[in-house]
Write a protein that binds this ligand. Sequence first.
Ligand code: NAP
Length: 246
Amino acid sequence: MTTHNLKVAIITGASRGIGAVIAKQLATEGFAVAINYANSANEATALVAQLRQAGHQAIAIKADVASAEDVRRLFDETEAQLGKVDVLVNNAGILKVMPLAQHSDELFDQNFNIHARGTFNTLREAATRLNNGGRIINFSSSTVGMNLPGYAVYIASKAAVESLTQVFAKEMRGRNITVNAVAPGPVATDLFLHGKSEEQIQTFAKMPPLERLAQPEDISRVVSFLVGPDSAWVNGQILRVNGGLV
Ligand code: NAP
């Protein structure tokens, strides 16, 4: 399948949650989408089938964003099957929180490998491989502004994503490529809901003045804005998308 007439988007971590909704939205807006995943092959394949049935161009590519080699192959396979990449959405992430004193070395590495190194790996490929005029959207978290106890390592790894975003935007000078990050508050996906009691979920839901959890569409619409022509002058920014939480 070669689709040189369509613009091409890679969405990391798009088998489930926010990434899957972003992939659907960008496909609907006319992008050929590469749906990256790490483990959820069934979900990724089902999403590709659903999008193709609706007449869109979509492929699924298994790659661990923490691996430089996997990320290189993610770009290679996307270029071979869909064409050169215009948009990179760095959405892949995990949430496993624990007070710093009890935090394991393994979990520290996992957080930094997926969020900081994963973003680094994809940005490094994008630097030489994204079409001029392209767009990059990284994923931070509004917890960076909240300093929630228990979230130290997760927050630190997302703070690294924010710094990578701000510097890389400047390093793209001359390419007409914008680089921004979205920092959601609580979104009703597995990542947020898993392991929380109904009471804990309600406590988070009541925090923003708009008094609800976000749905993935609340976030994908902002990504759509950052990918589209109306955001041409937004560059190097961290957009907190959280109903006024922080
Ligand atoms: P989710 O529902 O748990 O989905 C996570 C996605 O990331 C899955 O598709 C998963 O794929 C993928 N993934 C995980 N590790 C990966 C790796 N090493 N390589 C490639 N893909 C990987 O999470 P979500 O809520 O949609 O979160 C998406 C992003 O938003 C994350 O960066 C998260 O930190 C951020 N965020 C979420 C919230 C929230 O409340 N939900 C709030 C703030 C920020 P597999 O299933 O194949 O492993």
